[in-house]
Each structure stands twice: as C-alpha cells, then as structure tokens.
Design a protein around this ligand. Structure first.
Ligand code: SAH
Length: 349
C-alpha cells in the first residue's frame, strides 16, 4: 500500500521518512517541491538522487485532487475551481484578485449540515470532512494560477462550503501549515475563519493564541429570526455567541468581523438595523453587509437599492463600523456551493 504524503508538515514528513534511512534534509527538499514549486511528481524533483525518486514513487503518493471545472468571471479577477478527490468528493475554491492582494476562499467540508436556509452548500447535506492536505490542495491550485503572473496568495478566508469549527483539527492543521515558511508563508493576520457560531470551538480557538481573524455569521439581530435562518442558533443562542466572540476579541486583541446578509423583507427593515446597531455597540467589531447571492433553490431576494440605502442610513446614523461586500464573480456561480450543486445536478440528470 502506498501512502499519501501531501499535507504532511515538515516534521511529520521527517518522521515518516526516518525509518527508511533518508537524511532529514531530503524532507525539506520534498516539502519545497510540493508546497512552493507546485511539483506533485517525485520523478520531477531534480535535486533528489534518481534512486531516491524511484523509492519514493514506490512507497508514496501525492494526492492533490483534480481541477475538473475552472471558470473565469468576466471581470477576469475571479476564478472558481471545482476540485475532485479520489473518492469523487468535489469542493469549490474561489480565487479573487483584489487591489490589495490575491485572496482565496477555501472550503472546509464537502457539503455542510448546518442547514442555513439561504445557503447552497447545505442543500445536499454533509458528505465528509476535508483533510488538511485537501484544504492545502485548494490553496496550492490557486497559487499555481497567480504564479504565472509572478504573484502569490496573500490572504486566505476559510469561508467556502462547510463549518470549519466542526472540522477543527484538520482546519487548524491547515492554518498552521500554510503559515510555515517552507509552505505558503501566509501571516496569521491574513487568515480569516468564518463560523456560524459553534460556541465551544470559538472558545477553544481563542485559547490557541493564533492571531487569525474570526468572522461570525450573524444574519439576524435576534434569536427568533436567527433560529429561523440558521438552525444552529437553536443550540447556540445569539447572546452566547456574542459572548464567545467577545472572549475571542479579548484573548487575541483582534477585531471580530460580523457577516450580515441582507435578504429582502426578512432581515432588512429599520427596526432590525437598529437592533443590529444595538448588538454591536461597544464591541470590537467590523460589520460586513452582504446583499444575498440568490440561490435558485431558495426564495430569497436582494433588497431593492432603496431599501438597502435606508438600512445603511440607520447604521451610519448609529456610527456602526461597516463595509458593503463587493461582489465578484456572480456570473460564475461564485456563491458558496453553487458550482458544486450545478455539477451534482448535471451528474444526476
Ligand atoms: N459555516 C461557516 C463558513 C461557511 S459560509 C459560516 O457559516 O460562517 C461563509 C459565509 O457565506 C457565511 O457568512 C454564510 O452565511 C455566507 N453565505 C451563505 N450563503 C450565502 C448566500 N446565498 N449569499 C451570501 N452569503 C452567503
């Protein structure tokens, strides 16, 4: 049986190779090929002696998955890829070339079981967790694209399909690995993890002492509406989610990002804008307002520009610190889970 080594840390690879009598510096050379030079074939690792390359090929595999769909948006700045692994599980990754650098949005699970009513990722439930290597594969496939222009990936947001805090160990493994100098050398401050509010794991993450940005999906300013939109809120109530986020901010000294999707006539009235302002008052917070990406299976629409203006005017008046998310790539089904669903639909036809 061959073993997959893609996704191992340098230390793990050293330990793996040690019984075979390989000198430790070989492990360093191999991770550089894998994680910096996007070389996924032992035979092409030209600074390794030929017999060693053969030996590695006999013992190990390098599993990065295959890009089976790649779509470029008209703006030429957004690329969405569907990456398929050996068990045919497929996940989406989005590359966004922004003025302040290249960002990627990485999936943490295949599908999702959070059941949020507005989201495409959860429509077919959860298939499985992704491994650290499978998350890294998403990042490196994106890195390959920007390397052609002599650029690198600057920011990673773990905001694709899945609930990252329910795949905690693999996600943390991924965050630590991409941060390594021998890997992608991404600063912790350039990594954002988005959660629907899994309280115990938010607290655990706060205790890791990693200065990554925590993003909390809010979408409603009260329990009643939030539970309706996000079933997770029945278990983890808004007030306690806010307390866990406060704890995270206090421990890491990092401002929390709150995500608020605007859905026509559901969470976008004036009273709700005030309730949202109340909720964020005296908190170390950035609010991200996102006009919903309508999902064809759901009946949610964007508010009209006028309704949106009215909502934002309240936030202005209340001095809430917010930004409105710039849309990128809506013409390529860039909203979470949409590309994978289109693919699953086509398979089932
Ligand atoms: N499970 C995590 C991370 C994945 S979802 C979380 O809930 O945060 C990433 C973000 O995309 C969340 O803020 C989610 O609410 C948002 N999202 C999901 N469906 C969307 C849609 N149709 N339009 C806009 N944002 C959406």
């Amino acid at each position: 049986m061959t073993k997959n080594i893609f996704g191992l840390t340098l230390t793990e690879l050293k330990n793996e190779l040690q019984p075979g009598g390989f000198p430790p510096f070989r492990a360093k050379q191999i991770v550089e090929w894998l994680y910096q030079k996007n070389t996924y074939d032992f035979a092409a690792m030209t600074n390794l002696p030929l017999p060693l390359r053969q030996q590695l090929t006999d013992l190990y595999t390098i599993e990065t998955g295959d890009v089976i769909v790649k779509r470029e948006a008209k703006d030429k700045r957004t690329t969405k890829m569907l990456l398929e692994f050996t068990d045919k599980a497929a996940v989406e990754t989005v590359l966004m070339r922004q003025n302040y650098g290249n960002s990627i949005c990485v999936s943490s699970q295949v599908g999702c079981n959070m059941g949020c009513t507005f989201c495409a990722s959860t429509l077919n439930g959860l298939q499985r967790n992704l491994t650290t290597g499978e998350m890294l594969a998403q990042a490196l496939k994106s890195q390959e694209l920007v390397r052609k222009d002599n650029e690198r990936i600057n920011n990673i947001v773990i905001m694709g399909s899945g609930e990252p805090l329910l795949n905690y160990d693999n996600v943390l493994g991924f965050i630590r690995l991409v941060h390594e100098k021998y890997c992608m050398d991404i600063g912790y401050r350039n990594i954002t993890l988005s959660t629907s509010g899994i309280i115990p794991m938010m607290r655990k993450l706060a205790d890791e002492d990693l200065p990554i940005t925590l993003s909390v999906s809010l979408h409603a300013p009260d329990d009643e509406l939030r539970s309706q939109l996000m079933p997770v809120n029945k278990r983890y109530k808004l007030e306690n989610v806010m307390k866990a986020a406060d704890y995270y901010a206090e421990k890491t000294k990092r401002r929390i990002t709150y995500e608020y999707i605007l859905i026509n006539e559901l969470n976008d009235n004036i009273a709700q804008a005030h309730a949202l302002a109340d909720l964020l008052r005296n908190r170390l917070a950035n609010l991200n307002i996102i006009p919903i990406n309508p999902v064809k299976e759901r009946n949610f629409d964007r508010p009209s520009p006028q309704r949106m203006k009215t909502f934002l005017a309240v936030l202005d008046k209340r001095h809430v610190n917010y930004t409105v998310r710039k849309e990128m790539g809506t013409d390529i089904d860039a909203a979470c889970g949409q590309l994978r669903n289109a693919y699953l639909d086509a398979e089932n036809e």
